[in-house]
Design a protein around this ligand. Structure first.
Ligand SMILES: [Zn+2]
Length: 327
């Protein structure tokens, strides 16, 4: 009997448990439905976004953080253009997940534009120097090395170097295309090789005549009223006179004691004068190149025999030609 009684109690307990479980599931189901309903309502009204903050300033909302960060990388940080070495955001963005009204607009594009404007860009370029004097610059290291190697092959012992320049000031960059830089530097190298003297930056490429110096600058002489303003170089009459540097003829006629006088201006206030000539082959306004034959040695004007009287003038004042030539 005892066993029967126990069984019955067990049976009742089991039934009760079944009942409570059923009820419990019913309640859970109802809670689930209610939750679904409420969240459905909330989703219809609100959406999740990321609020973006730039240096304590809320600048707006974005939908997708990963996508946004990828765009920031692609459009700003990894932006590569010539000379750009690195781009750094001045303000690092921070993100906060938020639920906002569905009607609230996200403004990813605007935020990116604002971030693009607030960056520190570091640029790199390469200066090329001849004897430590910068002659040109290029954008890429390979271009600079290419120029240096080519010039060193053609001109041994050339003191040509490359300096890497880093700047945050884009205005500072005045680079040339590689081929342009190469040809610029080549002509400077060739000009330097052909330069025998430099007067105020004007490159003197040749002597006007070869001959014997018969009177030096500033010497006094019985045939002159004042000290000598040039250098006399004796040579046979008719000997070619070469202009010593590129320039423009400013005077070519008979001028008292100078006789037939040719004056050439070279820029930077530098002029050269060729006096006592027997013939003049140029006229005023003519452009001349260093080495051009402009006149012939003679003895016109105040002269005791065929010679070239050479003057170098800087801003109108005669200087000693032997400071530069025939020294
Ligand atoms: Zn003289």
């Amino acid at each position: 009997m005892e066993t029967n009684g126990k069984r019955r109690v067990n049976f009742i307990l089991k039934r009760k448990l079944k009942f409570y479980t059923k009820e419990g599931l019913k309640i859970l189901g109802m809670i689930g439905i209610a939750f679904g309903f409420v969240s459905g309502m909330l989703c219809a009204k609100y959406k999740p976004v990321y609020a973006v903050t730039l240096g304590n300033e809320n600048v707006g909302y974005i939908d997708n953080k990963e996508e946004f960060e990828q765009k920031v990388d692609d459009l700003i940080v990894n932006y590569s253009s010539k000379n750009v070495d690195s781009v750094e955001l001045n303000k690092t963005p921070s993100y906060e997940l938020k639920f906002v009204d569905r009607d609230e607009k996200t403004n990813e594009q605007e935020i990116i534009i604002a971030m693009q404007k607030d960056v520190t860009i570091t640029y790199k370029y390469y200066e090329i120097a001849l004897d430590d004097e910068i002659v040109d610059s290029v954008d890429k290291k390979e271009d600079a090395e290419n120029i240096v190697n080519e010039l060193k092959t053609a001109h041994e012992d050339l003191n040509i170097t490359v300096n890497e320049k880093v700047t945050q000031n884009a205005e500072e960059i005045k680079t040339s295309e590689m081929e342009v830089a190469k040809s610029n530097i080549t002509s400077i190298v060739e000009e330097n090789e052909n330069t025998i003297a430099n007067v105020e930056g004007i490159k003197i490429a040749c002597l006007p005549v070869t001959g014997t110096i018969t009177s030096r600058y500033a010497e006094s002489s019985s045939i002159r009223s004042s000290n000598h303003t040039g250098l006399d170089i004796a040579a046979p009459s008719g000997t070619d006179i070469q202009v010593v540097a590129d320039g423009k003829v400013t005077f070519a006629s008979y001028n008292g004691s100078y006789g037939n006088l040719v004056k050439v201006e070279h820029g930077n206030g530098v002029e050269t004068w060729y006096a006592h000539t027997s013939k003049m082959y140029v006229s005023v306004g003519q452009e001349v190149k260093a080495g051009d034959i402009i006149a012939a040695v003679g003895s016109t004007g105040n002269s005791t025999g065929p010679h070239l009287h050479l003057e170098i003038r800087i801003n109108g004042n005669h200087v000693n030609p032997q400071n530069y030539l025939y020294n």
